[in-house]
Ligand binder design. Structure first.
Ligand code: SF4
Length: 350
């Protein structure tokens, strides 16, 4: 599929956009979702320029531009350069970085503050649980990570974290969350590791542990739940830009092998023009998967995007039976929590 007929531009709205700046990383996490990295490639200046032009051409701009990798701070000069350009051209877009947090120094913090960038650290709780699956993390680098998180928080950088849960660590979720609270983090996205060996009993353990956390007032305040209240409208597409310059439909596509990313790339890498037939292929797939729904919560949208990946791959490439079951459970309890909170506010009961 490589039709490039741009006689009429497809009407689309972009929701979030990820820029995967580099394939390189200073860690080698067991559960890394970026499963097929072929070395040290990065995003080219041309690809980023084409992305900004794509937004202009279609007059649609992401709510948030998310910088990720590999490890984004390995190419920090390049990242800050793109952020400055984004600040100039995408004035209503928030900027956000996903990072393992090991390479952030004082001058980076100043730049992050100047550019109003928020951070999302990857830390899975206590040292033992984190280092077991984040291969390459040592006691000294873990301490440095904690120092960096606290320095960013004290300087006023908006910080949250993703706590990835491996099936063998489910029993430590609560302790891990308490630890993250103790170091000052107040927004934690607990995410089950997608490609790890979940079994039905482990999935149930995850749900039980999550429910127990939600039932504790001091802990549930930390959880990242807002996205499940806001709804994404059908037709709003997430985008992701991958080295060397592939454009795909959102972050679930990060796990695909190289030849598939090339095949499913939404644009012609040389011209930056959308491939109309590939765009329609995504849209038809999404229409089937969204069924009659007009709006979905974000976590539900992520589940449907995983299903889209499986559909496009022609097989159960992502174990959606487990991962979507857990994500949907989180989504349901978050929605119940928010409806309970709004009832409490209206009645005055805490
Ligand atoms: S720090 Fe992130 S990009 Fe690096 S190996 Fe771990 S999960 Fe992958």
């Amino acid at each position: 599929m490589d039709g490039n007929n741009q006689n009429s531009l497809p009407q689309f709205n972009v929701h979030y956009t990820w820029i995967y700046l580099t394939e390189r990383c200073n860690l080698q996490c067991e559960y890394c979702f970026y499963r097929h990295r072929s070395g040290g490639r990065g995003i080219s200046q041309e690809a980023v320029e084409r992305l900004f032009c794509l937004f202009d051409r279609h007059q649609t701009y992401p709510l948030t531009l998310i910088f990720s990798g590999g490890e984004a701070f390995l190419v920090k000069n390049r990242m800050f350069q793109i952020m400055s350009e984004a600040r100039r051209r995408l004035q209503k877009t928030s900027l956000h970085v996903q990072t393992n947090g090991l390479l952030i120094d004082k001058s980076d913090i100043k730049t992050l503050l100047d550019l109003h960038v928020s951070l999302e650290f990857g830390i899975d709780g206590l040292f033992e649980q984190t280092q077991r699956h984040r291969w390459g993390l040592k006691a000294t680098s873990f301490s440095r990570l904690i120092d960096n998180i606290q320095r960013c928080l004290q300087s006023g950088v908006s910080c949250g974290c993703t706590m990835t849960v491996h099936p063998s660590e489910v029993e430590y979720m609560e302790d891990g969350l308490r630890f993250l609270q103790s170091i000052g983090l107040h927004q934690v996205d607990i995410t089950p590791a997608a490609f790890e060996p979940w079994t039905p009993p482990k999935v149930e353990d995850f749900k039980r542990a999550y429910l127990s956390i939600i039932r504790q007032k001091d802990l549930r305040r930390l959880l990242y739940t807002q996205e499940d209240i806001k709804k994404v409208r059908f037709g709003w597409l997430d985008l992701s830009l991958h080295p060397p310059g592939y454009l795909l439909g959102g972050d679930p596509f990060l796990c695909l092998p190289e030849e598939k990313r090339k095949e499913f790339s939404l644009w012609n890498e040389k011209t930056g023009l959308l491939k109309k037939d590939m765009y329609n292929y995504y849209k038809e797939g999404l229409r089937d998967i969204w069924r009659e729904e007009e709006r979905l919560s974000y976590r539900e949208q992520v589940c449907r995007n995983f299903e889209l990946v499986n559909r496009m791959m022609g097989k159960a490439y992502i174990n959606t039976w487990a991962i979507n079951d857990m994500l949907r459970y989180q989504c349901r309890v978050h929605q119940k929590l928010w409806s309970y909170m709004s009832v409490s506010e209206n009645t005055g009961h805490a």
